[in-house]
Design a protein around this ligand. Structure first.
Ligand code: 6GU
Length: 233
């Protein structure tokens, strides 16, 4: 079953990097389908208006619900099984590897990219009755819109799909892959040839061929790194 991803945005060109490299090949091979829709195609005034001033006052603009309603209705009318509608927003739940894995198990993701101060709150509320709705943040900083977050989430999800990574081991060996022992979450340093570069040597253990020693060296590197960089974990 092929994953279908619909992205709704006022900047369709923002998604063009998904044509490149691993994700581009995944799309060409039919491992997933990406459909990008311009929200302004669902406006009906001369200026193709998508936003307006916030009720109650305050800075910035809020996206009006009508174009979103029309665009989302059209996407949901495809009748794909069990759609998930994702609203990227800095006030969402954290996007994690676990959430990427959950999304990779679904068959239809709809990503609704807001700009400005976000989308009228009635939109997410309305669609909760019709689909699974997730408001998701990619980190504690503020972006100008959801498009960059959509790129991040799509890349994290698509690389988990069967057949996308060359080496089937690669995804299960990731930093953050659930199943790693507690305290070894961050992956340590990697090395390749040459064995000596600008006076710096590759750690001897990695050249030893002793796989048990290599494993325990890597576990220790992970433990120290996680302690240094994620002291709270
Ligand atoms: Cl998902 N959207 C926006 N606009 N800003 C963000 C974000 C999302 N995640 C972190 N900051």
């Amino acid at each position: 079953m092929t994953l279908r991803i619909d992205v709704i945005t006022v900047f369709p060109q923002y998604l063009t990097p998904l044509e490149l490299s691993l994700l581009g090949r995944a799309q060409e091979s039919g491992l997933y389908e990406l459909h990008v829709k311009d929200l302004r195609d669902h406006t009906h005034d001369r200026h193709r208006t998508v936003d307006d001033t916030p009720y109650g006052g305050g800075p910035g603009m809020v996206m009006r619900p009508e174009p979103w309603g029309e665009a989302l209705d059209q996407v949901l009318a495809r009748g794909e099984a069990e759609p998930v509608i994702i609203f990227p927003t800095p006030s969402g739940v954290p996007f994690t590897q676990a959430l990427a894995e959950e999304f990779a198990e679904r068959s239809h993701l709809v990503i609704a990219c807001g700009r400005y101060e976000g989308i009228d709150a009635r939109v997410a509320e309305h669609y909760r009755a019709l689909a699974e709705v997730r408001e998701v943040s990619i980190g504690d900083y503020v972006l100008a819109g959801g498009e960059a977050a959509a790129l991040v989430m799509i890349e994290a999800v698509v690389r988990l799909l069967p057949g996308v990574l060359g080496n089937s081991q690669s995804a299960s060996d990731d930093s953050f892959a659930p199943g790693r022992a507690p305290g070894t979450e961050l992956e340590g340093p990697n090395y390749t040839k040459p064995p000596s570069w600008r006076g710096m040597e590759v750690p001897e253990v990695l050249l030893s061929g002793d796989h048990a020693r290599i494993r325990s060296w890597r576990e220790e590197e992970s433990r120290v790194l996680t302690q240094q960089r994620r002291a709270e974990a």
